[in-house]
Design a protein around this ligand. Structure first.
Ligand code: CDP
Length: 247
């Protein structure tokens, strides 16, 4: 739970400490199909966050008693590398990563056409190589592109970003300094094209007006991220088409 007061000054002369405006995203880089062994993969950078998502499947679900006779089961594993944080992170799952895995799976679930693959499993991994707040949103963005790269039938892509409150102002896409010393943090995931929210969490307190303003900021940013995800996928597949033609 966030503190009520900010003890560190996070906004100076109308700018955030990293020089961004209130409504500005960190830089984003997306590479599709970076892993040879996975059915689909994506490397995603959001500022200093670096994540690789890998998708395997649809493949047979084990253990068999966990199969769903009507649709595929989606498994999501969010994991932080020990070297991804300032202090070495103890390897293996903890409460936080179990929660983020669940939330991320639920954020993606509405777009995956699970009914096409009864009794099968679709496995999604989000491996954090470097973290600087907003890792769950980076993981969801990467996983969404990796699922598409794996050829999993999807209704659409999911895009995700966090908004928050620092020094009394609603701002987009908090970095770690802002997340640690800010007053509220609200990660949002959505299907940008239809403005459908698939996940929303909140740490800290916001007024109704701040919440509405934050949601509007997040929605605008998700549209930007959606375009970048789409472009990355189109580029990847137009490249492989060109390669085929050359052969
Ligand atoms: O990363 P996200 O904002 O989705 O989740 P969080 O739980 O709000 O974590 C915020 C940030 O705290 C992470 O991105 C990391 O930079 C940092 N963190 C860390 O350094 N060590 C951990 N064990 C957990 C989080």
């Amino acid at each position: 739970m966030k503190g009520e007061e900010t003890e560190v000054e996070l906004i100076k002369e109308g700018k955030r400490l990293d020089g961004r405006g209130f409504e500005e995203l960190r830089h984003i880089k997306i590479d599709v199909g970076v892993l040879k062994r996975a059915d689909g993969s994506c490397y995603f950078e959001l500022g200093d966050n670096k994540v690789i998502a890998a998708v395997y499947g649809p493949r047979e679900m084990h253990p068999r008693h966990a199969q769903d006779a009507k649709m595929a089961v989606v498994k999501f594993r969010y994991n932080m590398a020990p070297f991804s944080t300032d202090d070495r992170k103890r390897p293996g799952p903890d409460r936080r990563s179990i929660e983020i895995s669940k939330v991320s799976r639920e954020a993606l679930d509405p777009v995956i056409m699970r009914e096409y693959y009864p009794k099968m499993a679709i496995e999604v991994y989000a491996e954090l190589l470097q973290s600087d707040a907003g890792t769950r949103t980076a993981g969801i963005n990467a996983a969404s592109v990796a699922l598409a790269d794996a050829g999993i039938p999807m209704r659409d892509l999911v895009s995700s970003v966090a908004v928050g409150k620092i020094d009394g102002e609603m701002v987009l896409d908090l970095n770690a300094m802002e997340d640690n010393h800010g007053e509220a943090d609200m990660p949002v995931a959505m299907i940008a094209r239809t403005n459908t929210i698939t996940a929303l969490q909140m740490d800290g307190r916001l007024t109704k007006e701040e919440f509405e303003r934050g949601l509007k900021l997040a929605m605008g940013a998700c549209h930007q991220i959606y375009e970048l995800q789409r472009t990355a996928l189109i580029e990847r597949y137009s490249k492989s088409e060109n390669k085929k033609e050359e052969e």
